[in-house]
Design a protein around this ligand. Structure first.
Ligand SMILES: *[C@@H]1O[C@H](CO)[C@@H](O)[C@H](O)[C@H]1NC(C)=O
Ligand SMILES: *[C@@H]1O[C@H](CO)[C@@H](O)[C@H](O)[C@H]1NC(C)=O
Ligand SMILES: *[C@@H]1O[C@H](CO)[C@@H](O)[C@H](O)[C@H]1NC(C)=O
Length: 371
């Protein structure tokens, strides 16, 4: 009997010895493959030999392995933040030439999963020129768990490395803090060595799955060395006190022209509101539920000297913060912080004019963990 190469011998044995598997073997075969610290489970083969499956990423980080000798494989939350780009990278790591997201609930659903899914999978190509530049060489150590036992840890330190071989050319991190909303699907990919057929019309989005609160807010810098999310060079750079890298700026989704959603920088508010807002930003950013997540630690937000909105002819230079690219700016002017779940639940003043204070809110999130 010819088994596809990607069907591991472990699966083969499972299929021989578990009646459950024998019954399900009548349907699509359970595709299992592992390569470069990435895995696929709960999948199969689509027409044209396209392999699909629920994504697994491995890590040796004790916060992922729960202290067990690693690596341990975990599923990945897709709270509207797992993109086709990352799916393609995952397929590259699995040894395929092409790849994108897979939306079928047979792979994105939770049945048969164990452990908490990890969130915010971010990868960068280490050989590309767009490398993290502001952060020092000690960033990797900065994320090491052992140095941080028993203290308040910044969320930078709470992200963990995916266990990839150096030769893969990629560095990927996962966030071990965020809660994956129960309604969010898990990340799944489809991979092939031939170009994939055109994507069928927009995948149906489940009406029972409203986006998590984190999808209405984004943060640049302040919580990581991630290329894509660090502060722009004209806001935070080596000529300044490097402390600036610990403070992030925030954008909130608001209604723009014609009601179309746009991202608006969050302005520094009146000082009386600042503490409430910095806390809410962090709870929203990490989909934190203060009640359900209380056993995991205490997530706190802090703010600092607001970030001045840069001006001058260099704002349009690549890598710089350019105020002209924003049509809306948002300032919190009131609301009830006790009942608010997200910044948008507060009273927001949205203007086409830039922050009246000339500055944006600077936030840092951190978590106190009980050891
Ligand atoms: C990474 O980036 C470099 C330079 O941009 C490129 O030559 C290389 O093909 C990329 N590697 C992968 C695996 O995409
Ligand atoms: C560094 O940041 C400061 C403060 O925002 C800014 O004035 C300066 O132009 C920046 N330098 C570079 C090279 O972008
Ligand atoms: C905020 O909402 C809570 C709960 O509904 C209420 O008890 C409290 O009085 C409100 N606070 C303000 C300032 O309106």
């Amino acid at each position: 009997m010819a088994w596809p190469l990607w069907l591991s011998s472990a699966t083969f044995l499972m299929m021989l010895f578990t009646t459950d598997a024998i019954t399900t073997a009548l349907g699509p075969p359970p595709a299992v493959m592992y390569k470069n610290g990435i895995g696929l489970e709960q999948g199969g083969v689509l027409p044209g030999g396209v392999i699909y499956g629920r994504l697994l990423v491995s890590s040796n980080d004790p916060r992922v392995t729960n202290g067990v000798q690693g690596p341990v494989y975990r599923t990945v939350c897709d709270a509207h933040d797992f993109s086709n780009n990352e799916a393609e990278t995952m397929c590259t790591l699995l040894g395929f030439g092409f790849g994108r997201k897979y939306y079928g609930s047979d792979a994105t659903g939770r049945p048969g999963t164990t452990g908490r899914p990890v969130s915010h999978l971010i990868c960068h190509n280490e050989t590309s020129t767009h490398r993290r530049s502001l952060m020092g060489a000690d960033d990797r150590e900065g994320s090491s768990y052992s140095r941080q036992q028993g203290h308040s840890r910044t969320l930078t330190e709470l992200s963990a490395y995916v266990n990839l071989p150096k030769s893969s050319g990629f560095v990927c991190t996962i966030d071990t803090v965020s809660t994956c909303p129960a309604i969010a699907p898990l990340a799944a990919v489809q991979c092939s060595n031939k170009p994939l057929p055109p994507e069928p019309s927009p995948p149906p989005s489940s009406p029972t799955a409203p986006p998590p609160k984190s999808s209405y807010l984004r943060m640049y810098g302040g919580n990581g060395y991630y290329d894509g999310t660090r502060l722009e060079r004209n806001i935070c750079n080596k000529t300044l006190n490097e402390d600036c890298r610990y403070w992030g700026r925030v954008e909130v989704q608001v209604a723009g022209a014609g009601g179309k959603p746009v991202w608006a920088p969050l302005c520094a508010p009146k000082s009386t509101l600042r503490m409430d807002i910095e806390q809410l930003v962090c709870l929203q950013m990490y989909d934190w539920d203060p009640v359900a997540d209380r056993l995991r630690g205490v997530l706190s937000g802090y703010s600092s000297t607001p970030i001045s909105i840069p001006s001058g002819k260099f704002v349009s230079k690549a890598g710089n913060f350019n105020p002209a690219q924003y049509t809306r700016w948002a300032t919190v002017i009131g609301g009830n912080i006790t009942t608010a779940n997200k910044i948008q639940d507060l009273q927001l003043k949205v203007t086409a004019a830039r922050c009246s204070t000339g500055a944006m809110l600077a936030v840092h999130c951190s978590m106190l963990v009980a050891d």
